[in-house]
Design a protein. Structure first.
Length: 102
């Protein structure tokens, strides 16, 4: 999993949109964090997580994401609050700090 981290206006969403444009929307999916994402999401080669920093207390959701990562599912998430992302999840993630404000 790649986590794009930085304040607003640093290009996190733009980079995600550029990746979707490059790969094609049929290969990319969006997953909004809620309890049912495991059961309701069609697996695609690359999934963009929205709200990765809102599930820090949900051991079930964090473990599900880690299991997907272990089985080679690719994720990209973005956040302005890296301190709210679960430490267990951070162990399986590469953080890219976005600093240039446009």
């Amino acid at each position: 999993m790649i986590i794009l981290y930085g304040p607003g206006k640093t290009g996190k969403s733009t980079l995600q949109n550029d990746i979707i444009t490059y790969l094609g929307s049929e290969k990319c999916g969006h997953c909004y964090m809620n309890c049912d994402f495991i059961y309701n999401k069609t697996i695609q080669p690359l999934i963009f997580f929205c709200g990765i920093d809102t599930i820090s207390r949900s051991k079930k959701s964090n473990q599900a994401i880690i299991n997907f990562i272990k089985y080679k599912q690719s994720f990209i998430a973005s956040t302005i609050h890296i301190e709210k992302v679960s430490n267990n999840l951070l162990e399986y993630s590469k953080i890219i700090t976005m600093t240039h404000i446009f």
